[in-house]
Design a protein around this ligand. Structure first.
Ligand code: SAH
Length: 227
């Protein structure tokens, strides 16, 4: 182990403690005072410093969002953890992510489930994320350049869907692409105003039940490919 690896190991352990503390502090809102061991292990396993530019690596294990270029951001690790927790993932699940960004959330998902499909509208980000995940050995993640409002019909239905950019309402196409019993975790709201994280479940009769979780701040979900 090099000095750098050692430093990151310590920083990552501290970050996990901060996430656990965040879970306790927000328990009244999320209903989860403690995140599952599987989710915490997944966060511990993903080298977040590999997902950000060199000048941001020193902050990779701070519990805060980071810039990933093109005006986009990688979420605060606590938010990645709580969203992942709320998906209630099983090892055999097939998951759709909307908003690949740098691929960090996709890597966390890949630690937990069999197959991850991720859609990104900015071609340069999608390509970079694909190369990065491949180099790190994440070979169960498929990335498509496209519009997340359309989901990924060829790979549907999904056990879970996570949206990491905020639309103003829940896209109907994504609901269609969920299995009965499937979970959807999504921030909803206008760009510069308050957004709310929702956890939704598709009931066996096809209806969606939605639960408000937390106030959040995400980049807006943009209509149409922006290449
Ligand atoms: N989950 C990412 C962070 C996502 S930031 C990570 O772990 O790095 C939000 C991303 O959503 C940005 O990369 C943005 O380009 C993308 N995005 C915005 N609108 C989109 C849409 N309609 N379809 C797909 N991706 C979209």
């Amino acid at each position: 182990m090099t000095d750098t690896d050692d430093r990151y190991t310590k920083e990552r352990a501290r970050l996990l403690e901060e996430i656990a503390e965040g879970a306790r502090e927000t328990a009244a809102l999320t209903g989860r005072a403690r995140f599952s061991d599987r989710v915490m292990r997944a966060i511990a396993a993903v080298p977040r410093h590999e997902f950000v530019a060199a000048d941001q690596q020193a902050y990779a294990y701070f519990n805060r969002p980071l810039s990933i270029g093109r005006g986009q951001t990688i979420s605060q690790p606590f938010i990645v953890a709580v969203m992942t927790e709320l998906l209630d993932l099983e090892p055999g699940d097939s998951v759709l992510e909307v908003g690949t960004g740098c691929g960090y959330q996709a890597a966390v998902l890949a630690e937990l489930v069999e197959r991850v499909y991720s859609v990104e509208t900015i071609a340069a980000l999608a390509t970079a994320a694909r190369e990065r995940l491949e180099a790190l050995g994440y070979d169960t993640v498929d990335i498509r350049i496209g519009d997340g409002f359309e989901g990924w019909p060829e790979k549907a239905p999904f056990d879970a869907i996570i949206v990491t950019a905020a639309p103003t309402e829940i896209p109907g196409t994504l609901i269609e692409q969920m299995k009965p019993g499937g979970r959807l975790v999504i921030p909803i709201g206008p760009q510069h105003d308050s957004q709310t994280l929702f956890r939704c479940v598709k009931e066996s009769d096809g209806r969606l039940s939605a639960q408000r979780i937390l106030p959040v701040a995400f980049v807006p979900m943009i209509k149409g490919p922006e290449n």
